[in-house]
Design a binder for this molecule. Sequence first.
Ligand SMILES: [Fe+2]
Ligand SMILES: [Fe+2]
Length: 317
Amino acid sequence: MATTAPALDIGALKGLRILCVSETGWFDTATVFGDIRAAGGAQTDQYSIPWPPFGRLHADNAAGFSALLEAEAIDGSVRRLLFDTGWNPDWMDRRFAEEGVDRLLQERRIEALIVSHEHFDHFWGIGSTLKHCPDIPIYLPEGFHPAGLAFIRQQGHEGTVITVPTGQPLVLFPGLALASFPMSTLLQVQGENVLYARLQDQGLTMITGCGHGGVLNLLDYARRTFAGGEKIHAIYGGLHLSPLEDWDSQRDEIVNSLARYGIARIACNHCTGRTAVEKMLASGLPVLRGSARNGSQTDLFLGNGDVLQLGSENAAN
Ligand SMILES: [Fe+2]
Ligand SMILES: [Fe+2]
């Protein structure tokens, strides 16, 4: 007889503030994909492409993705995590300084770096984090390459590295779980970490870097796995629906399906694609507009310096 595993109770948070340090993976998509084609195409080893910090190829086009999470426990205490560390160290240094992330790292007030996946725009800026806090614990997804692990050490990391086992979500603290999903995508990258937060009285929030595993798969996983997962309140991050701005009927289906989850707030980064966000808005999905400041090029994405505040009586919901 088939049995169903009991839903995992991850506890609850009172509030969660997600600061978009940078949603801008890069400034010009054609340039990035031109560089990839010139290097040998989609199956190329990303470490063979001389982008920053390994070289200066189109350095002005390189930015990165990173978000600061400030989780408020039921007792009011606050814990912070950095979710991804961007790409170009020059850009990340600037954004970390503008948002005070550099100081939080120096003061050991950010307790871990979560790396969503190995893609250059989410991970190659790790030097900008480690120079302020070399002993920060780092969580990786399963599937990291030896070159990525060596890069972490070479950038001066002195702390622990935890690889999240696929299929065994880690509860980092009450109300916040980290799950690693198998996937295989552009430039030989494998595995992706996704965060799931549970806010008291609000249901779940899913936080992704790129969402290469497929947004519906990642949401359905939460529904199956976590107590209270039937109510998805919000999504933050990359949904990877039209990163190249192409579109087809299958993607229309995904947007139509998303509408059936009853999600209250959706905040996207550049990895989602502008076309996808326009389609979501047209279908009536509750996409939050950004302020298009600090290098963000459009208000379709929750922009650099913008905040998604969830729960907590003080929240500007
Ligand atoms: Fe990615
Ligand atoms: Fe991405």
